[in-house]
Design a protein around this ligand. Structure first.
Ligand code: FAD
Ligand code: DHB
Length: 391
């Protein structure tokens, strides 16, 4: 089998890339290790930046999102001395955030690709890449027990943090930047109406976050130990802890049946450059940001926009100038997003090892933001999404 672009992984990065290339008339094959049911059921992010929403519209993929999404015009931060209420459009030039679960985005993109009759293989695990430094790389994969090979011009490594594409780059060619925070997030989905505003909480017992997925589904998180097991959190313990951390805001909390529970690590990771020969990494395959700020999915989308444009130039004209700039262009925005997610993580979490001096600084930062339109605007403009890098 042969194609122009072999896309490894059908997460947001791989699926958006496939649609962008389809629009440009570029052939691609998407190989996904897991089943369709598995990727459509995986609960992860849920906050879409304006640019991600705009891209769904541009690609004609926004019909269900338009009906089912929730618009977030405000963001609240609760802390010891009070409540910071951010009016997102007022602070960020009219932009807002959109709530629509990652797995709903994945479902819409999968359905549209299959409706296009375009190649998307499930249960197709890529096991090796060959000749990525040549103009004719190949991808080895296993499907239904059969070993298969896909020849291509370009490999797009969209296989997430635990994928294999990044490992195909010789270690001497990559610089890894890594920071693991000493805590995790326990996240749940519950059948209960969410509290009115998206709310981040800095509490002496730890961070908490109240988000939502629909008018009847809440998405809620509390900071826990990095190695915490969700089994140690029976429903009552979760609700009690969240209510305590919400303080005065706890009165608004409505409980309900918890139907999903999991612990997410909090870490930053950047591998640079995001390209080696004919292999281009995008999304979590190249970088992870702490979840505070909800940027992971949006960053994956930003990468593949740049990649699709560069590939369009390459296949149309044979020029590779944009492909040469791909990594630098993406990494500028990646690092700004790492900065923001790290800032929010430091601002809002309980750091067990923090000195009294550092605890005072954290509260002073919150008090500064509470009293400064500039401080609030910085948070708001990042939350709704920085502009895509101009090339
Ligand atoms: P992924 O979504 O990971 O997709 C990669 C795909 O590649 C997967 O479908 C995988 O099965 C496939 N794959 C892997 N290896 C192979 C192989 N060898 N062959 C073929 N296919 C392969 N972000 C937020 O902003 N907010 C959150 O609350 C949040 N929660 C998260 C919770 C969890 C548990 C995780 C893991 C991530 C979370 N994120 C969150 C991050 C966000 O979901 C990711 O940034 C986003 O999924 C990145 O998309 P991606 O397409 O790059 O990678
Ligand atoms: C979610 C919302 C956030 O604001 C965030 O920082 C992380 C996750 C969510 O809805 O899942």
């Amino acid at each position: 089998m042969r194609t122009q672009v072999a896309i490894v992984g059908a997460g947001p990065a791989g699926l958006f890339l496939a649609h962008l290339l389809f629009r440009e008339g570029i052939d691609c094959v998407v190989l996904e290790a897991r089943s369709r049911a598995h990727i459509e059921g995986r609960v992860r992010a849920g906050v879409l930046e304006q640019g991600t929403v705009d891209l769904m519209h541009e690609l004609g993929l926004a019909e269900r999102m338009r009906r089912e999404c929730m618009i977030d015009n405000t963001l609240d931060i609760r802390f010891r001395d009070g409540l910071i209420h951010l009016d997102l459009p007022g602070l960020a030039g009219g932009k807002c955030a959109t709530i629509y679960g990652q797995q709903e985005v994945v479902k819409d993109l999968v359905a549209a690709r299959l409706a296009d009759g375009a190649p998307l293989a499930f249960d197709a695990e890529v096991i090796g890449l060959d000749a990525i430094e040549s103009a004719t790389p190949t991808v080895r994969y296993r499907q239904n027990g059969d070993a298969k090979t896909l020849a291509c011009d370009i490999v797009a490594g969209c296989d997430g943090f635990h994928g294999i594409c990044r490992d195909a780059i010789p270690s001497g060619a990559l610089t890894i930047y890594d920071r693991i925070f000493p805590f995790g997030w326990l996240g749940i989905l519950s059948e209960s109406p969410p509290i009115r505003e998206m709310t981040y909480v800095n509490h002496t017992r730890g961070f908490a976050l109240c988000s939502r997925r629909s008018p009847r589904i809440s998405r809620l998180y509390v900071q826990v130990a990095a190695d915490e097991s969700p089994d140690r959190w029976p429903d009552e313990r979760f609700w009690d802890e969240l209510r305590t951390r919400l303080g005065e805001g706890g009165g608004e909390l409505v409980t309900g049946r918890i139907f999903q529970k999991g612990v997410t690590p909090v870490r930053s990771f950047v591998a640079a450059p995001m390209r080696h020969g004919r292999l281009f990494l995008a999304g979590d395959a190249a970088h992870i940001v702490p979840p505070t700020g909800a940027k992971g999915l949006n960053l994956a989308v930003a990468d593949v926009r740049v990649l699709a444009r560069a590939l369009a130039e390459f296949f149309r004209t044979g020029k590779s100038a944009r492909l040469e700039r791909y990594s630098d262009t993406c990494l500028k925005r990646v690092w700004k997003t790492v900065r923001y997610s790290t800032y929010m993580t430091n601002l809002l979490h309980r750091f067990e090892q923090a000195t009294p001096f550092e605890r005072q600084l954290q509260q002073a930062e919150l008090a500064y933001v509470a009293g400064s339109r500039t401080g609030q605007a910085m948070i708001a403009e990042n939350y709704v999404g920085l502009p895509f890098e101009e090339e």
